[in-house]
Design a protein around this ligand. Structure first.
Ligand code: PEP
Length: 258
């Protein structure tokens, strides 16, 4: 079954709201100049919370057909949760994607698979698409346990999520040893794990759910390697960190230009 590729740029804790405006305006110009065909891929930018309102303004004023997302979400609806941002606050700003369980949040904020799953459910309930991240560290990869490690993360995160919501979700396989290191997984490495994720989803749910689910690769993706990785049958796009901070480079990635 044909799945539309998804290219998502995770800005992490980079760019203030003025720099965000410059980047999205630059991306709009690049997409226009390259005659980007919006039917070929979905494009999402994922800025820090403080930039979202500015990104919304540029997207609307430029009539840009890209989506924008958030890098995290609170599991709480409202109230005394200092520093947290609710699903309602995000969807009110037109946010349609939410990254949950990025390895940096798992590591620095001790986020468990259960919490990641809860965040995914909260995003889905508010009509947003969770991008559920998973991935192994170098020690796990060296021990040859990367597939079982990732499948355990996915099983934990998907617990309690019905098939009707899984098809609306996105999974991003991001080996930690490849994030921000310049060390990209080979297309075969990415395919091995993305295929295993899809097979496990078919076992947990059914084949139609697995066939509809988009599974991305993330980890040092840039224009010179993106097309090769995304040519693999179970890799439906990329979650891009550093290379999404430059409009021309991200535009090349979404245009599948090497
Ligand atoms: C990421 O932050 O999810 C990521 C993949 O980063 P980078 O592309 O910089 O490795």
């Amino acid at each position: 079954m044909a799945r539309k590729p998804l290219l998502a740029g995770n800005w992490k804790m980079n760019l203030n709201h003025l720099e965000a405006i410059t980047l999205v305006e630059g991306l709009a110009a690049e997409l226009r100049d390259s005659n980007f065909d919006y039917d070929t891929a979905d494009v999402v930018v994922i800025p820090p919370f403080t930039d979202i309102r500015s990104v919304q303004t540029v997207v609307e004023s430029e009539d840009l057909r890209i989506a924008y997302g958030a890098q995290d979400i609170s599991v709480h609806e409202s109230g005394a949760y200092t520093g947290e941002v609710s699903a309602e606050m995000l969807s009110k700003l037109g946010v349609t994607y939410v990254v949950v369980g990025h390895s940096e949040r798992r590591e620095y904020h001790q986020e468990s698979d259960a919490l990641v799953g809860e965040k995914a459910r909260v995003a889905l309930k508010a009509g947003m698409t969770p991008i559920i991240c998973c991935g192994e560290g170098l020690d796990v990869r060296k021990a040859g346990e990367h597939v079982s490690h990732v499948l355990k993360q996915i099983e934990g995160a998907l617990e309690g999520i019905p098939a009707s919501d899984v098809v609306k979700s996105v999974i991003a396989y991001e080996p930690i040893w490849a994030i921000g290191t310049g060390e990209v997984a080979t297309p075969e490495d990415a395919q091995e794990v993305c295929e295993a994720i899809r097979k496990r989803v078919a076992e947990l749910y059914d084949q139609a759910t697995a066939d509809a689910l988009r599974v991305l690769y993330g980890g040092s993706v840039k224009s010179s390697n993106a097309a090769q990785i995304m040519s693999k049958p179970d890799v439906d796009g990329a979650l891009v960190g550093g290379a999404s901070l430059k409009a021309d480079e991200f535009a090349k990635i979404v245009n599948f230009e090497g």
